[in-house]
Design a protein around this ligand. Structure first.
Ligand code: NAI
Ligand code: MG
Length: 361
């Protein structure tokens, strides 16, 4: 039976990079004889323009029926004055929560061709390959109660609640252990168990679950130390698993170790293995419509989609190898070009990956 992929380009450069990724997907389907059908729908500002809502019911319906979703990016200055609940970003938050995407995977991989773009010395990042597994639907970003309240003395206080149930912790830790089993075999669980009681439970549950994964090496680390280690000696990590807020911060820091935001894919998975795949960057209004956007983060998101939702890891590997070859040939969009280096357009970069695929497979 054929698998369904929903394409949600979104706004600004989303509409330039998703078509490049679509070309790559079409070519990989030919090469691997994969039966994948695609359809497109609106999300974000473009959905608001057409229908008055950032996540139309028809888009959500198509998303539920899809095996995987490839998303560009949403938002931008055209929507700055839109009422809060109808903002493009609301569409994204809503589709993530409607689909129950609890597991956010953010790889930070250093391409040898781009080591000079890293904020760290080449020897610290050469060969870097880490995977951050961030819990996405719980923790302090969602915990109740939350808000701003007035105290008896008339002063106001802001408050949020850090809360994780055992099942939420087990679910994300299980995902991390299983992913680690397919790569370096090591998991570092990040918490703040010396200060936050809620993360004492996190540590307990992760430790208990580790007994079911005797081949995985588990280490615990406090988040402040983890932040330090990430910039001191990032290659010590394989898989990092952590809660929503710590993961938000650590994954952004890890992203910068590898240089350009234009190279970073992500996946967000639910319990049935369905997922949204998207670049880590936003809609880059400053470069939209100029052929300057780097499509590789979105193309690498297609690779993650094939690996994690569509059961075609070999096809995923081929895309990643093709991207490496294109970089080897010296093709660079402006965001990854060194001073004086020649640059290619969004479209040329996409075409080059498509062409490289024929040699890889
Ligand atoms: P941004 O990631 O869109 O851009 C930051 C900088 O990186 C800009 O200079 C941009 O030109 C550059 N950049 C981003 N992606 C690139 C690519 N593929 N190739 C080359 N250069 C690239 O973040 P910013 O400027 O904070 O946000 C712009 C809009 O995007 C806002 O409306 C924001 O809300 C939205 N946004 C959407 C996200 C999503 O849809 N998941 C995530 C982050 C921001
Ligand atoms: Mg963030």
């Amino acid at each position: 039976m054929s698998q369904k992929v929903l394409l949600l380009p979104g706004d600004y450069i989303g509409q330039e990079i998703v078509p490049e990724a679509e070309k790559v997907l079409a070519r990989i389907c030919e090469l691997y004889d994969l039966d994948i059908t695609t359809e497109s729908a609106l999300i974000g500002g473009s959905a608001y323009d057409a229908e008055g809502y950032p996540l139309p019911a028809s888009t959500l319906e198509k998303a539920r029926a899809a095996d995987a979703i490839l998303l560009g990016a949403v938002g931008g200055p055209a929507y700055d004055n839109v009422e809060r609940d109808l903002r493009p970003e609301k569409g994204l938050l809503r589709i993530r929560s409607e689909l129950g995407l609890f597991g956010n995977l953010r790889p930070a991989i250093m391409y040898p061709q781009l080591v000079d773009a890293s904020s760290l010395k080449p020897e610290l990042v050469a060969g870097l390959d880490i995977l951050i597994v961030r819990e996405l639907t719980g923790g302090i970003y969602f915990g109740q109660p939350r808000g701003i309240r007035e105290l008896d003395n008339g002063e106001r206080e802001g408050f949020n609640t850090y809360v994780y149930s055992e099942s939420e912790i087990r679910r994300i830790a299980k995902l991390a252990f299983e992913l680690a089993g397919k790569r370096g075999g090591r998991v570092c669980s990040v918490d703040k168990a010396n200060v936050l009681e809620a993360t004492v439970l996190w540590r307990e549950v992760v430790t208990e679950l580790a007994e079911s994964y005797p081949d995985i090496e588990l280490e615990h680390m406090y988040v402040d130390n983890a932040a330090m280690q990430l910039v001191r000696a990032p290659k010590q990590f394989d898989v990092i698993v952590t809660g929503n807020m710590f993961g938000d911060i650590l994954s952004d820091a890890a992203a910068m170790l590898t240089g350009s935001i234009g190279m970073l894919p992500s996946a967000s998975l639910n319990e049935s293995g369905q997922g949204i795949y998207e670049p880590c960057h936003g809609s880059a209004p400053d470069i939209a419509g100029q052929g300057k956007a780097n499509p590789l983060a979105t193309i690498l998101s297609v690779a993650m989609m094939l690996r994690y939702s569509l059961g075609s890891p070999a096809a995923a590997d081929s895309i990643e190898i093709a991207v490496g070859q294109v970089l080897d040939k010296g093709l660079r969009t402006p965001d990854i070009a060194g001073a004086g280096e020649a640059v290619v357009t969004t479209n040329e970069m996409g075409d080059a990956v498509v062409a490289a695929l024929s040699n890889v497979t």
